[in-house]
Design a protein around this ligand. Sequence first.
Ligand code: GRF
Length: 192
Amino acid sequence: MVKLTGLKNIKTAVFISGTGSNLKNLIKFSKIKKSPISIDLIVTNNFKANGLKFSNQFKIKKHISNFKNSKIAEIKILDLLKKENIKFICLAGFMKILSRGFIKKFNGKIVNIHPSLLPKYKGLNTNIKAIRNKDKVAGCTVHFVTAKLDSGKIILQKEVKISEKDTPASLAKKVLRQEHKLYPAAIKKIFN
Ligand code: GRF
């Protein structure tokens, strides 16, 4: 594992596929004094991703990648990350699985936020599963990314109580609110 503590203004890329609420939240976090990261690049596989609007709003470079050929997509992204001197990657609702080779190039420097209390409910539809199984708590996890899906070392987790009235949608909203607190806290934990 590469030593990450004590660094400042670490050039960071955020990878998204959709709404980008975590992206927006991380951008805001990056602008506070205590933040160890600066966000210099937004990468997406989805040219319709709503979160792309934050590229214009906050004047951050964006890269839209066609993952139909994921090998070529990853080569182009890696070139760009090098050119932009990016040292750290935050996955935030990025719906593509990065290859082992890609992850190796950024070993220990890619993190992800996942809407469940890992190792419970890896993959998709986490809140639907939690409701269906009549769980009492759901939550979110920030973890390091390894080649095995949603299985890297956990950095921080936050529990969210499930009420009897909760639907997958209402639960997802509650979890997302906690994600917005958890992601910055996890980044601070990594670098401080
Ligand atoms: C979040 O729930 C995140 O945990 C999951 O995808 C969702 C992304 O939401 N990986 P947003 O695009 O950040 O609003």
